[in-house]
Design a binder for this molecule. Sequence first.
Ligand code: GDP
Ligand code: MG
Length: 589
Amino acid sequence: NRQQYIRNFAIIAHIDHGKSTLADRIMEMTSTVSDRESSAQQLDDLAVEKAHGVTVKSKAVRNYYTDANGDEYQFNLIDTPGHVDFNYEVSRSLSATDGVLLVVDATKGVQAQTVANFRLAKEANLTIIPIVNKIDNNMADVDGTINQILDLDADFADQEILKISAKSGLGVDKVLEAIRDRIPAPRGDDHAPLKALVFDSKFDPYKGVVAQVRIFDGQLTSQTSQLFFANQLSATNKEIGIFAPEMLTLSTLSAGDVGYVVTGVKDSNAIKIGDTITNANHPTQEALPGYQAVEPMVYAGLYPKNSDYKDLKIAIEKLALNDAAFQYEPEQSEALGMGFRGGFLGIFHLQIIRERLLAEFGLEVLTTMPNSTFKLTLKNQDEPLYVENPIQFPDWSKIAQIEEPYVHAKMTLPNEMLNDIMRLAEGRRGTLEDLDTLGSMVVATYLMPISEIAYDFFNELKSVSHGFATLSTEVAEYDYSDLVKLEIAIDYANIDALTLITHRLKAERIAQNMVIKLRDLVPRKLQVMPVQAIVEGRVIARENIPPLRKVAAKGSTVSKKQQQLRRSGQAKSNIELPQAVFDALLDLG
Ligand code: GDP
Ligand code: MG
């Protein structure tokens, strides 16, 4: 049986524990890449892939392992993303595998991401091969690390934990044997209707949407009409193949295989990660579990800084093709002009989009403060109204109730940090839902408004825990919150881009912080300019931006009429808002 010789697996680890090094070593010890090529890290270096002519970042690389008996195995190494904003992607990548290598650095021991990843693998019912890495290092505490691993799971036995140096290659042969012996071979039905799981998809300018798939049942042949289950879209695929690690064209992918499909689809939003592909002529009746729509968690304005609106529009359209989780629509601000409202998975995702706009298009963008969606119930109206931009709030008197989205925020951290983390979460309006101990680590789950997480929560979590805590979030329901609209006026002109919606109890502190930061960061003018924070028509904080030169301030050039206009809120602002203002406001927590 062909599938007996296939193993589909991933490597999971806390950052820097040696995932990439082990991946390289595995590729080097199987027949994937030559020694010379493996000197650069293969799996996560886009530049290296470019040099190889691979246009799509590979998530799964096929390796051939020949064991001591001379039997040849297909080892498909599936890459998982590393960052917490992308935890849902980790789960999806894992659903394409049958087992994982859980790598722990012997000089550091089990850490938060070790536990978080372990739990994802456990929830997916995968075979887990525990590995202690860096045993060559003088600082290695191999026994201590083994004990921590045993604490993770009662099912682990001492003798099944492998001890290796991914760097020197010591013990890696045993890893290859363990992959062969412990990870179950796929058991798909070659003759059943096609069921292929899409676990990644990328947009390629020449090929269109390229999906990475795991075939669970049946066969995927090239140039056949395929059906995408989620939206019942059909298309004829243009090409199928594997990464080895370059794109290698094949005519068939069969049950148990992992590979890519050039879908023949041009619109990347049409292909959903987690979707099932089947044969349009012999469709399966039932999709694989796994498809879940990705909803943005936070929204922020994106405005051109060193370009015009048109250039930014083109760049944003291209980015969105490549990143299905990123959403956008045009928006206009009095203070900032024409721009876009982007929807993101989290703050880290927002940062990535900013970096990509700069790296790939040379565009600097100004990003405004992020917020979540608000669900408004209006007086005399049954249908709720969803608002993603504080500027678009209807008149406050028309609102009967405001709700905001909550998440279950699961934090994994060392025991001794629990008190600090609890204080942090409670300060962010979190309520404890669940507390679970795993050896020296605890997993605390809080119900928390997304808006509290959006404001720099992750950075604070990292700083409070010295980088030891991880965070993963799962969307919960909307719930009532006592929210108010906080508006900022500079020189009596309302600055729409600075409007935010916040909790009543936090409004004052945030307002104080904002006016102080604005006083220091807004470019000065000839006259004194007051900065006011206004809630429900009341000024709750105020600072003065000093004039450029004292002399000029005396002979103020502002006419009576202009002053009146300003005071009545009808003045148009000509204040420049540098990105530094928004950056500073972001961590006002
Ligand atoms: P990743 O973040 O999990 O992908 O970790 P990397 O594979 O990039 O490794 C992080 C660092 O640990 C690098 O500097 C590696 O050279 C080093 N490293 C990885 N494996 C070993 C090992 O077995 N022994 C020693 N001494 N260093 C290692
Ligand atoms: Mg790495």
